[in-house]
Design a protein around this ligand. Structure first.
Ligand SMILES: [Mn+2]
Length: 331
């Protein structure tokens, strides 16, 4: 059943500009990326020092349930499109895989989140760093569960205008994931660590701020870090990171100002500048504790000249280069 929601990678998609057929220094991602079919029981990997895999979550069922503007299910395709011609800035000891997609065509988000969790767990077991492309931010719940399945309970860092800790009854949405994770961990008496960056006053009710406080959530308001020196906020984040054994990074594209990210469900006129977010993002990777990363809510339907997909691709580029740097594989 689970595997029905999994789509193996379509490698015919990975084509583009070719400067040279053999000279690796002239290579772009589409020339280097390799397929990884996670539905296979017997997977043989290309020998490498480090490997990362792209896995799409083609769903916006959570956005629909959250009464948001749907369209993000097409995000993974659009982000891949922007990744194709990026230069390979790492040695050949780093392999990038396309591990396909998890879909949700029948409204059964819970099954798709389960399937995503299984695929994430398979990646971790294979020693591959997961990079998930969304898709609605409901992806984060399946992603976290997948890490748990592999015995990892990382501290969460969420770049987002929203806390996404809304109350829910039976079913979650794209506004409830970090409450669902909290509930799951609480039931098992496990520690919950959640740091949110870029929170908007206009995007969360007063009650949600109180809930965040009761849940022990740490956060930085977009209005406090939108300009000026970042030293203090970087210190706060570093103090959080130093308490964690592992970190899971998740970006909701509505953390960015709508000028940079028009292609989202909930645009943010006073969102953050990507350059500032990148500083936090890179600092977190430098800790060496980041085990997994996703970027969500890219919605081609509302995008303008693919700039939101391009921005998502830029953060994925930064993530892969940061991983290369950590392992001495950066060119
Ligand atoms: Mn959000």
């Amino acid at each position: 059943m689970k595997i029905e929601r999994y789509q193996k990678p379509d490698m015919t998609f990975w084509k583009g500009r070719i400067d040279h057929e053999q000279n690796y220094d002239a290579f772009r991602w589409h020339q280097w990326i390799k397929p990884l079919d996670l539905s296979q029981t017997d997977i043989s990997l290309t020998p490498s020092k480090v490997s990362v895999a792209l896995l799409g979550f083609c769903s916006d069922e959570g956005v629909k349930r959250n009464l948001g503007r749907t369209g993000a299910y097409k995000g993974p395709l659009s982000i891949r499109n922007e990744l194709r011609n990026l230069p390979c800035c790492f040695t050949q000891a780093l392999i990038i895989y396309d591990a396909g997609n998890v879909t949700c065509n029948d409204g059964d988000l819970e099954k798709s989140q389960e399937c995503l969790a299984e695929m994430v767990a398979r990646l971790i077991r294979l020693g591959i760093f997961p990079i998930l492309l969304g898709g609605g931010h409901e992806m984060a719940y399946g992603h976290y569960k997948g890490l748990n399945k592999s015995g990892i309970y990382p501290g969460i860092v969420n770049f987002d205008a929203h806390f996404d800790i809304r109350p829910y009854k039976e079913h979650g949405s794209s506004g409830t994931m970090f409450r669902q994770i909290y509930d799951d961990l609480s039931k098992r008496n496990l520690d919950y660590q959640y740091f949110a960056i870029g929170i908007q006053k206009r995007g969360n009710t007063v009650d949600l701020f109180k809930t965040a406080q009761n849940m022990g959530i740490q956060y930085l308001m977009a209005s406090d870090i939108g300009e000026g020196d970042l030293t203090e906020s970087l210190k706060t984040l570093d103090a959080y990171a130093s308490k964690q054994e592992h970190l899971y990074l998740t970006i909701c594209s509505d953390v960015f100002a709508s000028a940079f990210a028009p292609g989202v469900s909930a645009t943010q006129p006073l969102g953050l500048h990507p350059e500032r977010i990148l500083k936090y993002f890179k600092a977190l990777f430098r800790t060496g504790k980041v085990v997994s990363f996703d970027i969500a809510e890219v919605s081609p339907r509302f995008d303008n000249d693919n700039i939101t997909s391009n921005l998502a691709a830029t953060f994925i580029f930064a993530a892969v280069n940061a991983i290369a740097k950590l392992n001495g594989l950066y060119l």
